[in-house]
Design a protein around this ligand. Sequence first.
Ligand code: C2O
Length: 534
Amino acid sequence: AIVRHYKFNVVTKNATRLCSTKPIVTINGKFPGPTIYAREDDNVLIKVVNHVKYNVSIHWHGVKQLRTGWADGPAYITQCPIQPGQAYVYNFTLTGQRGTLWWHAHILWLRATVHGALVILPKLGVPYPFPKPHTEQVIVLGEWWKSDTEAIINEALKSGLAPNISDAHTINGLPGPGQGCGSQDGFSLEVQPKKTYLLRIINAALNEELFFKIANHQLTVVEVDATYVKPFKTDTIVIAPGQTTNVLLETKQKLGNYLIAASPFMDVPIIVDNKTAIATLHYSNTLGSTITSLTSLPPKNATPIANTFTDSLRSLNSKKYPANVPLKIDHKLLFTVSLGINPCPTCVNNSRVVADFNNVTFVMPKTALLQAHFFKIKGVFSDDFPGNPPVVYNFTGTQLTNFGTTKGTRLYRLAYNSTVELVLQDTGMITPENHPIHLHGFNFFVVGSGKGNFDSKNDVKKFNLVDPVERNTVGVPAGGWTAIRFRADNPGVWFMHCHLEIHTTWGLKMAFVVDNGKGPNESLLPPPSDLPKC
Ligand code: C2O
């Protein structure tokens, strides 16, 4: 293992998309931002220098941050933001992790343009558990707004209404042709025939799950969220914001240009979004520019296609990469996941949309929670987050009468090394929606999921405790539930939230506090001296 140094300058840069130009916040002037390369067990130091007018913090999505919660990044959870003119060095070790992860700003809506890939190669000399690819390619899926994203979210918060949806989807920063502005060039992936390529696909979009497809080519899924899976073939992948998926692409054609598309998936399409990002797979030596298009694009509400994909995901669970699913459970938790409506006298309809776990709309503190925990600062948070729904829920497919939520900065406390089973139940208070829930500080096993109400007697019997997929972000199906298990072996304060940015903004977030253990390597390390102050 070695030490790797990176420098991230947060700078404003003009960017032109959809025939209009606007200044965007970037890292080193790039959109998507620079890729970080490292190997398993390397120590990575990234100096972030803030040259813009906004407060900034960067999260290394999926990095476990064993005992180094100070480097996790969510603003006001593990650190105060880096203020304009200030700098902070994120210092962490990629212990036992390899695969595709990513990084993004973790404050307000800055991650719209501040994000990039984090590629962790296996240790030197350790092969992939699949055929060695000829070469590798990072594919970042994103969204583009013509107007300023910070202005959009501030306006939405003021009015209490939903924000505008994006104007385009992007593949490696480019919308490609057909999204409302002439024929703009899209991203082109150059390949040679009869080779295997590893695509590292990241969904960095703010608010939308996506289908990803390449005309006339099958994909073999080999990894999700930086954990190896049992390889399977598919022509469509489904990827939620926050998730990463590695696929092998075999170039079985000889020549030609083939369409690559990323289009929205919405279980219940409540908003109109028909934007499809377009790129091309270009075989070298192809002279013409004719593009073979897709025979079909999945419709927005193609839930069966999405389900087939997620149901196919299994941990590799080999001798070398075993799935260590916790079998004895210390904390059995059930959180409802929903949107609600709270009164708001200054809002447009005298009400605002809120979101919650267990009817608690999370309130962001003014002091970072990890500091409050470490230095025992009173009055910043309470540790009484309800482990079960405080009000009766019954998902019936129709709206409930109880839309109300309470507000609080409430955390759930876990003893070091205790085991957790968490059922996430969508209760669709306004309308059922998919929620990609992301947990910081841990990977978890997805042991089950289903439609309707979770049945604690019978559904438990059907849990997969052998080779469930291990990941850091999982979709809770519309009008259904997902059950996860993890071991709380990482002391600190760990954020959990919906990775649809609008739902996080509305309060669909909470945090776990994990106490120190007794052993010498079971405590949170002290904060670095340059940790930003609030
Ligand atoms: Cu990728 Cu808390 O986020």
